[in-house]
Design a protein around this ligand. Sequence first.
Ligand code: UDP
Ligand code: MG
Length: 314
Amino acid sequence: MKKISIIVPCYNEQTAIPLFYKAVQQVYQTQIQPLWPQYQLEYWFIDDGATDETLVTLQQLVCQDSDHVHYVSFSRNFGKEAALYAGLQHATGDLVVVMDVDLQDPPALLPQMMSGVLTEQYDVIGVKRLDRQDEPVICSLCSRLFYWFINQISMTKIEQGARDYRMMTRQVVDAVLDMPEYNRFSKGLFSWIGFRTKYLSYENQERVASTTHWSFWNLVNYSIDGVIDFSDKPLAMASFLGIISFIIAIGALIFIVGRAWLFGDPTGGWPSLVAITLMLGGLQLFCLGIVGKYISKSYLESKRRPIYISKDER
Ligand code: UDP
Ligand code: MG
């Protein structure tokens, strides 16, 4: 028998979990089992320190289907990236799928993913959503800007609109697990390892239950992490900005000294002086902030703390 592991990070998802399980089971029984009877399903739900009844719901599910359902429960909320890592570590399948529990990642795509891997010989089948119509304009604009920017400055290409939903072979999973870094930006990691990848497109889906855990500022921070984790160009940009403003300042100085010498204007221009001082001060703080961000990342990385702490697993 071969196995497909399904990794599902869950944070306060008590209502979504049973619906998710039912939906995936249905796709498995009607569309996967008849075509690939040698493949069995294995679920790894990761309770990411939920504060609702997520763990109880998972325990009930394990009682109901103990052969196929497993869970790992974290001691606190470590974030989705940590949950994915825990899932990849625990999964034993020949094929591994990462899915959100809210059914925004449609299980109906699973058979297509299977045939992509098994018949077309892809190593990874990713998914990207087509439209962003349900989203506020500002969010979709920012997201486009983020993808454009990160692809400009980073060697690792990140697919526009790609979700974390993907199916991968065991070889790919092992490659991801070989990167035990603390600052995990999955979209970047999955792209960095390479392998033959195909993207399926689909229309965006609504969440089945509860609400998203991402606020606008979460997303902004996530984007900054994505840039910092996969590129050192911002550091070079900081130096570049410094050099440019130095050159402009020298030019302006020559101009001002020359003008005072020729026409005499000893006190004029102090407002512009204040403006320039403020601008340079701001620029310096901005660049210091960029440097600080990298230092804090290496600081966290050098502590070698575990990516998650598991309290209970079954
Ligand atoms: N999630 C998690 N830990 C967190 C936040 C979210 O494990 O700290 C899980 C959540 O339960 C869901 C998935 O990550 O299964 C995606 O979360 P969400 O639907 O809020 O994100 P969105 O789909 O809006 O990007
Ligand atoms: Mg979601």
